[in-house]
Design a protein around this ligand. Structure first.
Ligand SMILES: N[C@@H](CCC(=O)N[C@@H](CSS)C(=O)NCC(=O)O)C(=O)O
Ligand code: FE2
Length: 253
């Protein structure tokens, strides 16, 4: 864990893990730019200090703290990051209905230096889920990287039984927005419960035990998961609707 298989002289990439909620946080930075601008995807409140220590050690400047969706199993670190680093902007989809400094919509680009992430709408696990995908141009890292949140997990997918979830919509989202990416696109999910770290679009199109099925079979699988609700759901969802701690008095933006 912790290294990138992307080839780019610009990109610094780290995959970080929070063990209590089995959440991945991703750090991306453009190290070819003098300021070394950086962003975090899906930071967790408990591991904010670890993430900031790493960012400081690497000499990066954190610009964006982004979420793929309103998480139900942990409190996002975005609000806490805003209290600790001046100028950091929290980012989430407009469709999430959550508070943040910046709301993204499908087709938007979030840039750090010469790198950018494209926003794709991938609702179904929650109504406001998005996938962030690195740019497609020749000067962007190759292979492309897709940060799928809970839309696609490695050999699995996000549940669809709360937060406006819909198995029909999730199936459509994945097949139209993720499985249409180049097959070598790296898939980096928000969680893993099985010991995986990274997959590819081609691998999941071939081996995902849920998403390779036809839509009706997928919907039957999803309605029979019988998962317990996340332990922290009653704390996490209300907190995450305000990006953890959105309205912090010390913050300028
Ligand atoms: N046991 C965990 C919660 C596990 C869980 O429900 N994970 C979600 C993603 S977090 S919203 C999920 O979609 N899982 C899909 C699956 O197939 O496991 C806890 O109590 O926090
Ligand atoms: Fe989730």
């Amino acid at each position: 864990m912790g290294s990138s298989s992307s080839t780019s002289s610009k990109l610094l990439f780290r995959q970080l893990f929070e063990k209590d909620s089995s959440t991945f946080t991703y750090l991306l930075a453009d190290i070819s730019h003098p300021d070394k601008p950086a962003l975090l995807i899906d930071p967790v409140d408990k591991t904010v200090d670890r993430d900031l220590k790493l960012i400081n050690e690497l000499g990066l400047k954190l610009i964006y703290a982004m979420n793929t969706h309103v998480h139900a199993d942990h409190v996002t670190g975005t609000g806490l990051l805003k209290t600790k680093v001046s100028g950091v902007r929290s980012v989430i989809s407009k469709a999430s209905g959550s508070k943040a400094d910046m709301f993204v919509e499908p087709g938007d680009k979030v840039s750090i230096g010469d790198l950018y992430l494209e926003v794709r709408a991938t609702p179904g696990h929650t109504a406001g889920c998005v996938t962030y995908v690195t740019g497609e141009e020749a000067d962007q890292p190759k292979p492309r990287m897709a940060f799928t949140g809970d839309a696609v997990l490695i050999r699995g997918c996000g549940r669809t039984d709360f937060q406006g979830g819909s198995s029909d919509q999730l199936y459509e989202s994945v097949h139209s927005q993720i499985f249409t990416l180049p097959k070598d696109t790296l898939i980096y999910p928000a969680h893993d419960y099985k010991g995986f770290e990274v997959s590819t679009v081609g691998e999941e199109m071939q081996h995902n035990p849920r998403l390779t099925k036809d839509k009706e079979t997928f919907k039957t699988i999803m309605s029979n998961l019988n998962l317990s609700y996340p332990k922290m759901i009653d704390v996490a969802v209300p907190a995450n609707m305000v990006c953890g701690l959105q309205d912090v008095p010390s913050q300028a933006n």
